[in-house]
Design a binder for this molecule. Structure first.
Ligand code: ATP
Length: 199
């Protein structure tokens, strides 16, 4: 699986339709301060379903819509589309070419699309769950995050390491199983009590 390109229209500083292709190998994006490098990374995270305005350095979710400049009027809609090459079927779907897209309007309406067809946020989250790519994963490390990881408490750092290593999902499955077991134990005690009461 590989991210082939990102297309932005009206997202943050990208008023006009802009397509960024990621050829094979490492892609480095360079530019002066304030030219929009971080906005591209945020666009990827946003299209993957980011729900926190703070994580997008905004106060409201609609702040991602281009707010106007001296040469270009403000827009009413932001759209980001991500194109993936999924020919290895790393993402569990029959599609070999996968496009996910998200739009937001000034009234706060969000729409999500899978290969051009409207879908739910949940569909996108399910698709990327446990791939290490989805929103909230550590595949995108934003500015300040590295320092934050080093400064975090050992217990928080352990959570990060377990998430990256893929252990965390087993820990949470273990907790679910332990809860079910305790529930069965309680039922068993209740049945024993009833059997005793009935003589
Ligand atoms: P640095 O190298 O300093 O980290 P950068 O290249 O990562 O900078 P960004 O932080 O991505 O730059 O872009 C910041 C620019 O995006 C600012 O000029 C800001 O005004 C602009 N910007 C952010 N949101 C919007 C918006 N909704 N509409 C128009 N421009 C916006």
């Amino acid at each position: 699986m590989k991210l082939k390109s990102v297309e932005l229209i009206g997202f943050k500083s990208f008023a006009k339709k802009t397509r960024i292709n990621f050829p094979t190998g490492i892609t480095e994006i360079v530019g002066p301060n304030g030219s929009g490098k971080s906005n591209i990374i945020e666009a990827i995270r946003w299209a993957l379903g980011e729900q926190s305005a703070k994580n997008l350095r905004s106060s409201r979710m609609t702040d991602v819509i281009f707010s106007g400049s001296q040469s270009y009027p403000a827009l009413n809609r932001a759209k980001v589309a991500l194109d993936f090459d999924n020919s290895d079927h790393f993402i569990d779907t029959n599609y070999t070419d996968l496009q996910i897209a998200r739009t937001v309007y000034r009234d706060g309406t969000n729409n999500y699309y899978l290969n051009g067809k409207p879908c739910r946020l949940r569909d996108i989250q399910d698709l990327f769950m446990n791939t290490g790519i989805g929103n909230g994963s550590f595949s995108i490390i934003s500015q300040g995050k590295v320092a934050q990881i080093f400064k975090s408490k050992p217990v928080d750092r352990r959570f990060i390491i377990e998430t990256v290593a893929g252990i965390y999902k087993y820990r949470s499955q273990k907790e679910i199983a332990a809860n079910k077991l305790s529930h069965v134990d309680n039922n068993f005690t209740r049945v024993s009590d009833l059997t005793y009461e009935l003589g």
